[in-house]
Design a protein around this ligand. Structure first.
Ligand code: NAI
Length: 283
């Protein structure tokens, strides 16, 4: 399948979480490429302002703002109906909306529920609502789910967030397998794994872009490059973390099981030196 036909002027992108950050950067980029954009986010001024901003730069393309809570399956079905009724198409579905602030394993069950219903529930709802309709359209199309390195190396801190992102990885791998096995299917799935990115989520902690962070625009540019060459895992570096370092960290994490080490040994004082030596050996 050529993804070039996906990112064609006149086709349509549906992006959740597009009032800010990576989703907004994607909306801007797709609009300048001449794609129609359906911007889905929690309603309110932020969404209208973001959509107006994208409309200013859209050339021929139409920009539609749709207030949606991705945690609600019925609202995601209505989002699909809206996209197909207005544009007859969804070439790109970005299940991207996400929040942080869950907590460790045995605190704040209310936050766990809220976080999982948005981060994981939102992606499940998007996949359930759109996939069959995109397949039935019989045109090349992509589903891009936003995961995180925290769903792969699962650092201590926000365990609820890690669980949601690990589950998105598993869900997207299973989805891509099913699509690949389906004769004649012209839809593919991709896992976007941003590095440290300066967005609404990170602006809560840093007033200015930290030197180590990428911009949301860099993430979107990298995503397009990697989809173009057919990557499933779109593993973004940032200014602090080259791909080689990510690879070493991931290899160490996976080897916790193989080596029968304690979980999260990378952050275990007894393994600090061994991890440092491992990194030094590999890079
Ligand atoms: P952001 O906070 O700038 O954008 C997220 C958007 O999602 C916001 O506009 C927000 O209103 C929307 N949203 C939240 N709950 C929603 C709901 N229930 N329904 C609809 N929309 C909702 O954050 P950012 O960084 O652009 O996040 C995008 C994705 O990237 C998230 O899935 C996040 O977990 C992921 N990510 C971000 C990283 C970073 O360093 N910024 C690193 C790795 C992953």
């Amino acid at each position: 399948m050529s993804v070039r036909d996906v990112f064609e002027p006149g086709r349509t992108a549906v992006i959740t979480g597009s009032a800010d950050g990576i989703g907004l950067a994607a909306a801007r980029r797709f609009a300048t490429m001449g794609l129609n954009v359906v911007m889905a986010d929690l309603g309110g001024d932020r969404l209208w302002q973001a959509a107006n901003e994208v409309r200013q730069i859209a050339r021929e393309a139409a920009v539609e703002a749709v207030p949606v809570d991705v945690a609600d399956p019925a609202q995601m079905i209505r989002l699909r109906e809206r996209a197909f009724e207005r544009f007859g198409d969804t070439a790109i579905l970005m299940n991207n909306a996400g929040i942080g602030g869950g907590g460790h394993a045995f605190e704040r069950p209310d936050r766990w529920t809220a976080l999982l219903s948005v981060n994981l529930g939102g992606v499940i709802n998007g996949v359930q609502a759109f996939t069959q309709a995109m397949i039935d359209k019989n045109r090349p199309a992509v589903i891009i789910n936003t995961g995180s390195k925290q769903g792969i190396t699962t650092p201590p801190g926000d365990t609820a967030y890690n669980v949601s992102k690990a589950a998105i990885k598993t869900l997207t791998e299973g989805l891509q397998h099913s699509l690949r096995e389906m004769p004649g299917c012209r839809v593919s799935a991709h896992l976007l794994i941003p590095g440290f990115t300066f967005t609404g989520m990170t602006r809560r902690r840093f007033a200015e872009k930290p030197p180590g962070a990428w911009t949301a625009e860099q993430v979107v540019a990298f995503m397009l490059e990697r989809i173009d060459v057919g990557d499933f895992y779109i593993l973004c570096p940032d200014n602090d973390t080259p791909r080689a370092l990510d690879e070493v960290r991931m290899a160490w994490s996976a080897a916790d099981i193989l080596e029968n080490r304690p979980p999260l040994s990378r952050w275990h004082p007894d393994y600090r030196d061994a991890f440092a030596a491992f990194v030094a050996r590999k890079i």
